[in-house]
Design a protein around this ligand. Structure first.
Ligand code: SF4
Length: 141
């Protein structure tokens, strides 16, 4: 209010968001309470409310420049952060039959927020516009 909304300069942060992630080994694990279904909700219930949908047989609109990076780099260094910052649970680390981790992309749930494109510490994810009119659909908005 000091300048009445006309501040004569702009504050810039030169460090990109993807370079600001702390290593998992230096971070404390946060135990969030379970969603109560009244004020807090699990991710997939919220994805359901968004009515998001993409044609099943279209190419994945989330492109990894190097498909090995989620397991070889992001998992050991950052505990693969895409599992957490994606609001739709699109990125999952699943265990294969032999116990080794595998990176799975559930692109059909994508809410088009583009967080993964911005936040991936390796800048390995490119969000592309999906085919057709796929995506979230909030009919009551
Ligand atoms: S654009 Fe958003 S919702 Fe879609 S995969 Fe990336 S982080 Fe998840």
């Amino acid at each position: 209010n000091l300048f009445g909304g006309k501040i004569p300069f702009t504050l810039h942060d030169d460090k990109p968001d993807h370079a600001c992630l702390n290593l998992a080994s230096e971070s404390k694990r946060i135990d969030y309470p379970k969603p109560d279904g009244k004020l807090s909700f699990d991710k997939l219930s919220s994805v359901f409310l968004s009515n998001t949908n993409h044609e099943e047989d279209q190419p994945c609109h989330l492109r990894l420049t190097d498909p090995s990076i989620p397991i070889t780099r992001n998992l050991p260094l950052y505990d693969e952060p895409a599992q957490r910052y994606c609001p739709a649970g699109v990125y999952e680390i699943v265990s294969q039959d032999d116990g080794s981790p595998y990176s799975q992309i559930n692109a059909q749930n994508c809410l088009h927020c583009k967080t993964c494109d911005i936040k991936d510490p390796a800048q390995n994810i490119t969000w592309l516009a999906p085919e057709g009119a796929g995506g979230p659909n909030y009919p009551s908005m």
